[in-house]
Design a binder for this molecule. Structure first.
Ligand code: SAH
Length: 210
């Protein structure tokens, strides 16, 4: 069973990720290593390496593997960074970040999802992840600045509070829009914030609790 999953995972990296142009060796290695099946509900484990998002309960989904790879590559992580993630969801993206970066701060609004994600991540032995349950729209100001911010739910507009928490040279990747959404990459350069639109996507909405 575990070896079947390993073969499926290697196939996923080759046919879904590398074949679509993701080249960052750290991202490819992380996707080859993290057991995605440990982050999906038990009855869906056999589909864990398929080229699609999957339901994880509470009306939420685990993102398609390619989107996880694409967004992680856009952050340009080299190791050692402080990363903020909004929308822990299944915890799969969190694990990929924790493989590459120094430390990850992750916020999830829906308590049962946060609990399950934490159990899955603890089960994989990650010790460099900090968890918070609540609305991540305002970021994690006590821990700012961050080298990278990733938002895995669609914001109606670029979240200013999160841009503010980007340190010098920092990068944020965030889906922006309602029906039609685009991944926007924000970079804090010496000259200010630069914003670039990368890819059309479909994410669940970022929910404001207030
Ligand atoms: N990266 C996750 C994607 C989960 S979907 C994965 O691959 O599994 C997006 C997640 O964002 C959902 O779990 C949803 O509950 C959460 N979310 C939505 N609005 C939020 C908010 N304001 N703050 C924190 N999390 C939020």
């Amino acid at each position: 069973m575990e070896s079947d999953f390993g073969a499926a995972r290697r196939m996923m990296v080759e046919t879904q990720i590398r074949a679509r142009g993701v080249r960052d060796p750290l991202v490819l290695a992380a996707l080859a290593k993290v057991p995605r099946h440990a982050f999906v509900p038990e009855p869906l484990r056999r589909q864990a390496y398929a080229d699609e998002p999957l339901p994880i309960g509470e009306g939420q989904t685990i993102s398609q593997p390619y989107i996880v790879a694409f967004m992680t590559e856009a952050l340009g992580l080299g190791g050692g960074e402080k990363v903020l993630e909004i929308g822990t969801g299944s915890g799969y993206q969190t694990a990929v970040l924790a493989e590459i970066a120094g430390e990850v701060w992750t916020i999830e609004l829906v308590e049962p999802l946060a609990r399950r994600a934490r159990a899955a991540l603890d089960g994989q032995g990650y010790a460099n992840i900090h968890y918070r349950v609540g609305d991540g729209s305002e970021g994690w100001p006590e821990e700012a600045p961050f080298d990278a911010v990733i938002v895995t739910a669609a914001a109606p507009a670029l979240p200013a509070a999160l841009e503010d928490q980007l340190g010098p040279g920092g990068r944020m990747i965030v889906p922006v829009g309602t029906d039609l959404q685009e991944l926007v990459l924000v970079r804090r350069t010496a000259g200010g914030l630069e914003r670039e639109t990368l890819l059309g996507v479909r994410f669940v909405p970022l929910v404001r609790s207030s």
